[in-house]
Design a protein around this ligand. Structure first.
Ligand SMILES: Cc1cc2nc3c(=O)[nH]c(=O)nc-3n(C[C@H](O)[C@H](O)[C@H](O)COP(=O)(O)OP(=O)(O)OC[C@H]3O[C@@H](n4cnc5c(N)ncnc54)[C@H](O)[C@@H]3O)c2cc1C
Length: 501
């Protein structure tokens, strides 16, 4: 974009600065940033949106589906190219304003929204996807939502990528913090399928990051990359051939009073099939318990064996659906996505506004009947909107040694998420959400291995978040942080520090 056009974009900024009353320090920062971007204007096509809560533009880029602690960053820079990201970072650093990369904006603690003194680098327009059918690889812009990823891969040769079932999640956060879903046990995490990345370092340099070029950074970004080192603008992924997958989805629904028998069946099934492919999930709410099994090529006898692990008293008849990979993706996406094209309508504003808070645990424990019975009482005393979700780990995820990538959680049987998404006035306040979760926490703690999932960030973890997210890999992550970002420019409450605290 040429200078006059950029000025046109930046001009309203001056007006906004005056009309909504920034502090003197903020005005100085904005003016410095603006002047720096103008100086580099021949290279820059970024869109700049300064804070103005009366502006539709600002409110739309600043859309936060999670209504807990709303944040109003100083400004948004929306780059159109990797060069724009480089310029944004150089100017941000020169103006001494922190920059926060944002892909899909699904961080539980909203770490991609920075704070009121910082600027968000919103990667929404870096979302191009190119499929290399022969090589079974795809180039995916870091701002693409999983909805677009799944649609584009499927419609360009029936390919898939293992990642989250929630299609509103951004590929950026998913791939840099792990990315777990129905296909992880078969094809690994999203991060395990990264071949290379374009990465903008804190000095604004563009680095090509691959296993054999910048290997330390490649290692660090494979699970520890969430806003810790710099900004990934593009990924190259290995993709899998999904055309021939004959998928079966089995869903069982029970009353919560059968908890002991169901939990027992679930853990046995997870353990027995820990080296295989199936996804085995269980969601417990105050209303009911749902068990979901997803696998391919199951015979009727296989299905019978699975169902027989559970008590026969069900709330609904067993549901067994045969489908292809894409139908499964669509069915488990969001209630709004009924047709394939609906996936392309998913946007950053599709997730409706509600409060959300969660805690997570990895577990490899098999509980005896006495321990399972101890879990039960707390389940009856929680509000609606709270849930306890279990997802099986193992298979391809656990075949990788714990220190081969920075994603350390490689020896668990399942991942547990305790979440609250308030559905009644009573539990809508943040304080109330925290109190309920802490109570429920005691339940999950019985199962805890001492690890939490960095993609389910939990701001309540204070002294031990590094250990819980990264285990023994934290030492190497800190060394790499010192090499790549010695000024700790990319920093937030739970980022990788320069030294072990
Ligand atoms: C409704 C919902 C369902 C979910 N389901 C699953 C699931 O099934 N499986 C699973 O594994 N996870 C799941 N998650 C968690 C999700 O994977 C993480 O929250 C993920 O980090 C979100 O990525 P994002 O790009 O949308 O988020 P963002 O908020 O944009 O980013 C998350 C973090 O990564 C940083 N970041 C983003 N992009 C970049 C980049 N390009 N370069 C460097 N840093 C970057 C941000 O600064 C921030 O710290 C779910 C989350 C939600 C809210």
């Amino acid at each position: 974009m040429k200078l006059p056009l950029l000025r046109k974009i930046l001009l309203p900024l001056i007006v906004l600065v005056n009309c909504i009353g920034f502090s003197n320090a903020s005005i100085k920062v904005i003016n410095e940033l603006k002047s720096c971007l103008e100086t580099n204007a021949s290279n820059t096509t970024s869109i700049f949106v300064a804070r103005n809560t009366h502006s539709e533009r600002y409110n739309s880029v600043n859309y936060q589906w999670n209504t807990n602690s709303e944040i109003f960053p100083l400004a948004y820079i929306v780059p159109q190219t990797t060069k724009d990201v480089q310029n944004a970072v150089r100017c941000g650093k020169a103006s001494k304003v922190r920059m926060f990369p944002k892909s899909g904006g699904h961080s539980y603690e909203k770490y991609s929204f920075g704070d009121s003194e910082s600027v968000v680098v919103d990667l929404a327009n870096l979302s191009e996807i190119r499929v290399n059918k022969a090589g079974k690889t795809a180039q995916i812009g870091a701002g693409a939502l999983l909805s677009k990823v799944y649609f584009t891969l499927w419609t360009n040769g029936k390919f898939g990528l293992p990642s989250t079932s929630c299609t509103g999640v951004g590929i950026g956060g998913a791939a840099l913090g792990g990315g777990y879903g129905f296909w992880s046990k078969r094809f690994g995490l999203t991060s395990d399928n990264v071949i290379g990345m374009d990465f903008v370092d804190p000095q604004g340099n563009l680095l090509k990051v691959k296993r054999n070029s910048n290997p330390d950074l490649f290692w660090a970004l494979g699970g520890g990359g969430l806003g810790n080192f710099g900004i990934v603008t593009n990924f190259e992924f290995k993709i899998f051939d999904a055309a021939s997958l004959n998928v079966k989805q089995i869903v069982l629904k029970f009353c919560v009073n059968l908890f002991e028998q169901i939990f027992s069946g679930f853990q046995t099934l997870v353990y027995e099939r820990r080296n295989g492919n199936p996804y085995i999930g269980m969601t417990i709410t105050p209303q009911d318990i749902t068990v979901k099994i997803i696998d391919t090529d199951l015979s009727d006898a296989d299905i019978r064996k699975i169902v027989d692990r559970f008590p026969p008293q069900m709330l609904k008849p067993v549901s067994v659906k045969s489908m292809d990979f894409f139908e499964l993706t669509l069915e488990n996406s969001t209630p709004e996505t009924k047709t394939p094209e609906d996936l392309l309508k998913v946007s950053r504003m599709s997730t409706s506004k509600h409060g959300y808070r969660a805690k997570s645990y990895f577990s490899s424990k098999i509980l005896n009947h006495r321990k399972i019975a101890q879990l039960k009482p707390s389940l009856s005393s929680v509000p609606s909107g709270i849930f306890l979700q279990f997802g099986s780990f193992g298979g391809a995820v656990n075949q990788i040694p714990k220190n081969e990538t920075s994603f350390v959680h490689r020896d668990s049987l399942y991942l547990i998420q305790v979440g609250i998404s308030p559905s009644d006035e009573h539990s809508k306040t943040e304080l109330q959400q925290r109190i309920w979760l802490r109570e429920f926490n005691n339940v999950a703690q019985v199962l805890d291995n001492g690890e939490s999932y960095q993609n389910y960030v939990d701001g309540e973890l204070k002294n031990d978040f590094l250990q819980r997210y990264y285990g023994d890999n934290v030492r190497r992550l800190i060394e790499i942080k010192r090499q790549i970002d010695p000024d700790n420019y990319f920093a937030y409450e739970q980022s990788i520090p320069l030294r072990n605290p």
